[in-house]
Design a protein. Structure first.
Length: 277
């Protein structure tokens, strides 16, 4: 796959990073994933605002050319060069190691690349593949900081290793208060009767455009009572259904947590609602 690095087009196998890459050496990098449907980026304005907000939080210099239109054109170029119409595009921005000792005066570099290619003709995808989760208790996540930006998260790496070693498809992560924050791959939603709940962003969730879009849809639906609230791990065992909202992809239904099994029909219906809006 071809990608864009600082306005230039590269092949996937071409090396572009050197020792000045603070994103690689220090994790001084932020990213935003955008869903593309029929060649058009979905909810691009919200994704752009997220990207700019993350850059400001990390006190990165924002080039004057970094407009929404600038990134839209870069996305279109990547799509055209790879002849792709349905995809998940990742925009990454990292700080360079300039000679200045003040990192706030350092320049930035950016990448626009295809993270995943989709074949389906629907905007958001429902995955009903067999999926088992558990609660990860080895480490808690920082609920006050990571909710504000999408950047390197070491707890995700540790959790993924545990997940693969124990043959889980995802793990529920807890904040320091031992309440549910999110999963490794997205936002957790639980269904009990006609009630749908998801952790508040302040609990440690990820700033997600797709999650926000879904929350707006659920609030308008008269068939369910929806709330963003504090959720404790024991509520997983009481739930009728659990699903994960994955940024710029869709919904993954969860089938099992220990001895508890879940239905999946409401998640399928919710994805249909998402594709109608």
């Amino acid at each position: 796959m071809k990608f864009i690095y600082n306005k230039n087009l590269f092949e996937e196998t071409e090396p572009i990073f050197g020792k000045q890459n603070r994103g690689f050496s220090l994790g001084d990098i932020i990213s935003e994933s955008v869903k593309v449907y029929e060649g058009e980026p979905l909810l691009m304005e919200e994704h752009y605002f997220n990207l700019m907000a993350s850059m400001r939080i990390l006190r990165m210099n924002i080039p004057i050319e970094f407009t929404q239109e600038f990134f839209e054109e870069a996305i279109q170029r990547v799509l055209e060069e790879n002849q792709v119409n349905h995809a998940k595009i990742k925009i990454s921005v990292y700080r360079n190691s300039d000679r200045s000792e003040l990192i706030t005066q350092s320049s930035v570099s950016f990448l626009v690349e295809i993270e995943k290619v989709f074949n389906e003709d629907e905007m958001y995808h429902w995955s009903n593949e067999n999926s088992e989760i558990d609660v990860f208790r080895d480490f808690s996540i920082n609920s006050s900081f990571y909710t504000q930006l999408n950047t390197h998260k070491p707890e995700d790496i540790i959790a993924q290793a545990f997940m693969q070693e124990n043959d889980f498809q995802d793990l529920v992560l807890l904040n320091v208060e031992k309440r549910i924050a999110r999963s490794v791959f997205g936002s957790v939603f639980i269904i009990q009767g006609n009630h749908i709940k998801t952790p508040k962003i302040s609990e440690g969730g990820i700033r997600s455009v797709t999650r926000n879009h879904l929350c707006k849809i659920l609030k308008r639906n008269p068939n369910f009572v929806f709330e963003e609230s504090e959720i404790f791990p024991f509520e997983l065992q009481k739930s009728d259904e659990i699903f994960i909202c994955i940024e710029s992809e869709g919904i993954q239904s969860i089938h099992k947590n220990r001895k508890k099994t879940y239905r999946t029909d409401v998640a399928q219906e919710i994805v249909e609602w998402m594709n109608e809006f």
